[in-house]
Design a protein around this ligand. Structure first.
Ligand SMILES: [Zn+2]
Length: 231
């Protein structure tokens, strides 16, 4: 599974993939690196892990932005590791992960993507090892990052990653570029704009979405206003 790196700031990278127009993330400190989401299956996760090793040999910490299958079914490729997520993310992965696997494997199969269906069907389901409820700071050596749950939005347990020394935010699916925000039955549209305000309050120079290319704050503001009109 091929992807390409986009360096959005010093030691801060987005990894772009054609499949699902997905974007994974990497923040490199002096002692640790942080991997943001692990991809759709173990093959995808392993390709991300190998790509990270081209950038840095440092030990990694993994954060899962939310419990949608394409963000966490690659986690096994990063073990052993600390895998951090919101506590509800852990609960949803444990309660809903197998159902998501069945639904998406069937969808891939009916779309004629048998190989992807098989990869997802055989991926190991890994639950986060550490949980947060509101926010947590991580020291990566020489730079700290903050993981923030901004309240219900795309799901009830989204986490974004703020890298303050370079004004970068990894938003998970709170923001999408190239498509409208993904509103599902587990989304909270009326609360979503307030969650994006939490990102905008940080005055980010770059926001890396869960799907699509990195964007600026103005893009996030427009998407926020679009969501506010929908509620
Ligand atoms: Zn999602």
């Amino acid at each position: 599974m091929s992807g390409r790196w986009v360096e959005v700031a010093n030691g801060v990278y987005a990894r772009r993939y054609a499949e699902l127009d997905q974007t994974l993330g990497l923040v490199v400190g002096d002692t640790h690196c942080l991997v943001i989401d692990t991809g759709t299956d173990e093959v995808h996760g392993a390709s991300m892990a190998a790509a990270v090793r081209f950038v840095t040999p440092l030990p990694w910490i993994v954060v899962i932005t939310h419990a949608h299958f394409d963000h966490f079914f690659g986690t096994a490729a990063f073990l052993p590791a600390s895998v951090i997520a919101h506590e509800r993310c852990r609960s949803v992965i444990l309660a809903e992960g197998e159902r998501q696997r069945r639904v998406w494997s069937a969808k891939y199969r009916s779309d004629g993507k048998a190989e992807q269906a098989e990869r997802l069907a055989t991926a190991q389901l890994v639950a986060p090892t550490e949980v947060l409820t509101s926010s947590v700071r991580l020291d990566l050596g020489g730079r700290t990052v903050t993981l923030v749950h901004p309240g219900p939005a795309h799901t009830d347990h989204d986490v974004f990653v703020h890298v303050p020394d370079v004004d970068v935010v990894f938003s998970g699916d709170l923001v999408e570029q190239g498509a409208p925000p993904s509103v599902g039955p587990d989304s909270y549209v009326s609360d979503w704009p307030a969650a994006l305000d939490r990102i905008l309050d940080l005055r980010p120079a770059v926001v890396v979405p869960g799907h699509g290319d990195p964007v600026d704050a103005e893009f996030v503001r427009l998407q926020r206003n679009e969501l506010a009109r929908r509620r």
